[in-house]
Design a protein around this ligand. Structure first.
Ligand SMILES: NC(=O)CC[C@H](N)C(=O)O
Length: 252
């Protein structure tokens, strides 16, 4: 069984390209019944309100929730992380439907608007311990969400120290701004809870495939069945993870 990639909107092609690099076939998912053909799922970044409307139109929410409940690995990146969160704040009027399952609260546009998008080197000790390579990962944040609160079962894999001059309205609205003035505040940007993985940034827009291979390991940890289900697509050399410059944009 291959890895499904929700292909309603957003960066699904880039995820499929990253999987291909690891020799794994990514299957585009647009209909509920297509979920039966895959053992795990990536929900890409994009625009979560639009993606939710499309998911509703295609009647995907019940099947997505069932997929999560069955314990199958699901990774949400950016808008996909919003989908997986139990609670989202900063939503458009009327809100949007969520798949849920990940015990956390996300702020949908925590870092501001599109022009406040940025890249930064994130400290990723857990990822480096499991996948090797550098202790940092290039985080591409595009009108990105952040995780404000997590439940006890959630493992924090990366956080981001928001520079003092960059305390956005979203953060000061939630916490007493005076207390934070001049100080650094950390927000969570990567988490794992059982079969669920969430990243606020876009690993599929870098050439560093360690998050993808981390997710594939989660898939194989789910059991024999899942591990034997990863289909190999005659992939490229995966040793590039060890090479310098592995965080370059994928199209270079
Ligand atoms: N790059 C992204 O996926 C951005 C997500 C965006 N903040 C949203 O609400 O959907």
């Amino acid at each position: 069984m291959a890895v499904g990639v929700l292909a309603l909107q957003g960066s699904f092609n880039e995820h499929i390209a990253a999987l291909r690099k690891l020799g794994v076939k990514g299957v585009e998912i647009r209909k509920p019944e297509q979920l039966e053909q895959v053992g795990s799922l990536i929900i890409p970044g994009g625009e979560s309100t639009t993606m939710a409307k499309l998911a509703e139109y295609h009647n995907l929410f019940p099947a997505l929730r069932e997929f999560v409940k069955l314990g199958k690995p699901v990774w949400g990146t950016c808008a996909g992380l919003i989908f997986l969160a139990n609670k989202a704040v900063g939503q458009k009027t009327g809100g949007q439907e969520l798949v849920g399952g990940l015990d956390c609260t996300v702020h949908r546009n925590f870092f501001g608007s599109q022009i406040q998008s940025f890249e930064t080197q994130l400290s990723v000790p857990e990822l480096a311990a499991k996948e090797g390579g550098p202790e940092t990962f290039r985080g591409v944040f595009i009108r990105a969400p952040a995780i404000l609160e997590v439940g006890p079962k959630v493992e924090v894999l990366a956080d981001y120290p928001v520079p003092s001059g960059k305390l956005f309205d979203s953060i000061s609205a939630l916490e007493a701004p005076q207390e934070n003035a001049g100080s650094e505040k950390k927000v969570i940007v990567a988490v794992k809870q059982g079969n669920l993985l969430g990243t606020a940034f876009h690993p599929e827009l870098t050439a560093d495939t360690r998050w993808h291979s981390y997710f594939l390991k989660m898939t194989s940890e789910v059991g024999e069945e899942a591990s034997s289900s990863i289909s190999v697509a005659g992939g490229e050399d995966t040793s590039s993870n060890e090479q310098l410059g592995n965080d370059l944009p994928i199209y270079q």
